[in-house]
Design a protein around this ligand. Structure first.
Ligand code: IFM
Length: 445
C-alpha cells in the first residue's frame, strides 16, 4: 500500500470541490424579516454559555452579503457550496405557518449559486432548532421528528426544482452529546437519559425526513446524512490490549450510527439506554441513501497506558485537536471494508479543516499550517480513492471564518479571513492554494 500519491494525482472526472458553512455560524440577521428564535439564539444570549459571551446575531452578516460570498467561492474555482437552512427562518415556530420572507432569502441564495456555477448542497439541520420546539422537549419528543419531516418536505417542494443534494442532519453526535449530555452546546442540557433518546430520535427524524422528502420531490433528488465519525487508533499499535481497545471504540461508534443507518440494526447494548423505541423505527431509519457525508478533523487515540497530551512531536490546532492526516484514509477505507456488503452509498468528505491563529498583514493572510493541513488531508482522500473507495467530493471547512459555537469568534477555520468589525473578506493563502487544486482537479507536489 502506497502512503504517498504520485507527484501529480488527478482526481476522478466530476470530482466535487466545495466548502461548507452553516446558517447560524454565518448568516447573522438573527431576528430579521420574521425569523423565529432558535435554541442557539437563546443559548448564546444566556451569559456564560459562549466564550466572551459572543453570539451569532451578526456573524458574517451573510444574510445581507451572500452575493459577495458566492462570488468569492466562484473565484476560488469551486463547483459546489454546502450550506444549511435555518429552520426558524423559514418556519419561525417549527410548526404551523411558514415565513415567506425567510424562504425568499434561500430562493435568492440558491439562484445566485446556480448562476455562479456552484451546485448547492443543502443541510436541513445544522443545530439551530426553533426554540418553540425546544419548549416541548426538543429532540427528546418524537413529535419533533414528525415536524422535521414536514419541514423537510416543504423545503424540497420549494427548492427541489433547483437543488438536487439534500442532507438531513449535520453531525447528530454533536447535538446528542454536546447539546444534551454535556451542556456545551444548545440547548445546554446535562442529561444522559435524554441524550440517549435524542440519539435515537435524530436518526428516526432522518428516516422520516428521507421518506417525506422523496415523496415531495418533483425531480430526482439525492439524500444523505453527514456524520462526524472518527477512527479510533491505538497509541501503541504493537500492544494487543491497545489494539483491542481501539477496535472496540470503532465498533461502538458504528453501533450508534452506521449500523442503524446502513443495516437497520443497533450495535450491542445501544438500545438499553433508549427509553422510547417502536418496533418499526429501525426500518424507518434504514432508508436507502444516495450519499454519506463524512466530517473528519482528528482521530481518537486510546491506550491502556496514560495517553500523553500532547503526543510528543505531534502538531495540534488552535482547538487542541491533533493533526493526523493518515487516519482520514484509514477511516474511509474502513467504512468501505465494513459496509460494502450493506447498502453503502457514495461518500463525500463534507468537512475537513483547521483553526489556527491568523493575522492579516498588508492585505495578506499567510496560513501555511492550514495550507499544509488541507494538502495532507486531500492527499489522503486521493489515496482512499486509489484504494477503491467511492469518494466523490471534498468540502473544506469553512469558506469563511465564522461563529465557532461555544468558542465564539476566536477560532478561525475559514479559507477566507473575515474582519468581524468591517465585515471585509480576504482570501487566505490556503484559499488561493485550494483554488489551484480545484481548477486543476489534481494535487501536485
Ligand atoms: O464549526 C463546526 C461545524 O459547525 C460542524 N463541524 C465541526 C466544525 C468545527 O468545529
Amino acid at each position: 500500500m502506497n502512503d504517498r500519491l504520485p507527484a501529480n494525482f488527478v482526481f476522478p472526472r466530476d470530482f466535487v470541490w466545495g466548502t461548507g458553512t452553516s446558517a447560524y455560524q454565518v448568516e447573522g440577521a438573527w431576528n430579521a424579516d420574521g425569523k423565529g428564535e432558535s435554541i442557539w439564539d437563546r443559548f448564546s444570549h444566556t451569559p456564560g454559555k459562549v466564550a466572551s459571551d459572543e453570539n451569532g446575531d451578526v456573524a458574517c452578516n451573510q444574510y445581507h452579503r451572500f452575493a459577495e460570498d458566492i462570488e468569492l467561492a466562484r473565484k476560488l474555482n469551486l463547483n459546489a457550496y454546502r450550506f444549511s437552512i435555518a429552520w426558524p427562518r423559514v418556519q419561525p415556530g417549527g410548526r404551523g405557518a411558514f415565513n415567506e420572507a425567510g424562504m425568499d432569502f434561500y430562493d435568492r441564495k440558491i439562484d445566485a449559486l446556480l448562476r455562479a456555477g456552484l451546485e448547492p448542497y443543502i443541510t436541513l439541520y445544522h443545530w439551530d432548532l426553533p426554540q418553540e420546539l425546544q419548549d416541548i422537549g426538543g429532540w427528546t419528543n418524537r413529535e419533533v421528528c414528525k415536524l422535521f419531516a414536514d419541514y423537510a418536505a416543504k423545503m424540497v417542494e420549494r427548492y427541489g426544482d433547483r437543488v438536487k443534494f439534500w442532507t438531513t442532519f449535520n453531525e447528530p453526535w454533536c447535538t446528542t452529546f454536546l447539546g444534551y449530555a454535556w451542556g456545551i452546546h444548545a440547548p445546554g442540557l446535562k442529561d444522559d437519559k435524554a441524550a440517549a433518546q435524542v440519539a435515537h430520535n435524530l436518526l428516526l427524524a432522518h428516516g422520516l425526513a428521507c421518506i417525506a422528502a422523496r415523496a415531495a420531490a418533483q425531480q430526482a433528488i439525492e439524500l444523505g446524512i453527514v456524520l462526524n465519525l472518527t477512527i479510533t487508533e491505538p497509541l501503541h499499535p504493537q500492544n494487543d490490549e491497545d489494539v483491542k481497545k481501539a477496535e472496540a471504540g470503532w465498533r461502538r461508534d458504528c453501533g450508534y450510527y452506521l449500523d442503524p443507518l446502513l443495516r437497520g440494526v443497533y450495535g450491542p447494548g445501544v438500545t438499553d439506554d433508549i427509553a422510547e423505541i417502536e418496533p418499526e423505527d429501525l426500518a424507518i431509519i434504514n432508508q436507502p441513501m444516495d450519499y454519506l457525508g463524512i466530517n473528519y478533523y482528528m482521530r481518537s487515540v486510546v491506550s491502556n497506558a496514560p495517553i500523553p497530551s500532547p503526543i510528543d512531536g505531534h502538531e495540534y490546532t488552535q482547538m487542541g485537536w491533533e493533526v493526523y492526516a493518515p487516519a482520514l484514509r484509514t477511516l474511509l477505507t474502513r467504512i468501505d471494508k465494513d459496509y460494502r456488503d450493506a447498502y453503502l452509498p457514495k461518500i463525500y468528505v463534507t468537512e475537513n479543516g483547521a483553526a489556527f491563529e491568523d493575522k492579516l498583514v498588508d492585505g495578506v493572510v499567510d496560513d501555511p499550517r492550514r495550507l499544509n493541513y488541507l494538502a495532507t488531508h486531500i492527499e489522503q482522500v486521493g489515496l482512499a480513492i486509489a484504494d477503491g473507495v467511492d469518494v466523490q467530493g471534498y468540502f473544506a471547512w469553512s469558506l469563511l471564518d465564522n461563529f465557532e459555537w461555544a468558542e465564539g469568534y476566536a477560532r478561525r477555520f475559514g479559507i477566507i479571513y473575515v474582519d468581524f468589525e468591517s465585515q471585509e473578506r480576504t482570501v487566505k493563502n490556503s484559499g488561493k492554494w485550494l483554488a489551484q487544486v480545484a481548477a486543476a482537479n489534481s494535487l501536485q507536489r
